[in-house]
Design a protein around this ligand. Sequence first.
Ligand SMILES: N[C@@H](CCC(=O)N[C@@H](CS)C(=O)NCC(=O)O)C(=O)O
Length: 256
Amino acid sequence: MTEQVALYHWEPNANSGKPMLALAEKGVAYESHYTDLLSFDQHKPEYLKMNPNGTIPVMKHGDRVLTESTAIMEYVNEAFDGTALMPEDVQARWRIRWWMKFMDQWLGPSFSMLGWSMFVGPSVRQKDPAELDAAIERIPLPERRTAWRKAISGNFSDAEMAESKRRVALGVEMLEAELGRHDYVASDEYSLADINWFNSTYSLPLGQPDLAGKDRTPNIMRWLKQVYHRPAVQETWTKGRTDLASRYRLVMEEID
Ligand SMILES: N[C@@H](CCC(=O)N[C@@H](CS)C(=O)NCC(=O)O)C(=O)O
């Protein structure tokens, strides 16, 4: 009997979107557990039993509990049949891992800081302050407690914000150049690197029009259009419940 897959995810972006898109590309049916980051579902005791770090996503496959979004994508690609999301060529595989590592370690946290200051903080700020304090106290990782406090109070420092903007601008430049060399990120085939990067860059033309758009970054716009049109991407975005899903639809209209 095939083992069941269950995915605990938030919106189909950033980290949650990685296993969602990988599973959809492979045609693997999964039990979807929407885990509402804005209601702090990821810090509830039943969730912490699966992932003591209190971060999303978590995937269960049979009795295996898997964490770390990029590592989960690699697992999905290897554990299931269907479209290969890594090419055969060994150098291309290295390049894909290079690009994913760069995003996860260096650039992703900057995209995240901008997203948290513009979307996550403002979305929860109006909740009762005592309730918010208690919710923050339940967060297991001290660095996530700090991020939540800063997002809620709008207290990311000017220096932190400037550094995040610098990194994002550099990342966009690198992506534009890379997509001039290859059809997709790191290779000429759609791969895990595209999923990884798309999840942080899908709304660039809307959120950062000074950095990305038809005139400034034609390669990124061509790539975004290709990725937006993938059935797996469209199907996955029907699972979005917040304003991020409306942003996805707006960009889709703009690039068509
Ligand atoms: N390295 C982890 C990071 C996971 C992560 O930080 N996820 C964010 C959402 S994109 C989260 O759960 N934040 C909730 C919180 O900090 O409370 C992964 O890639 O899975």
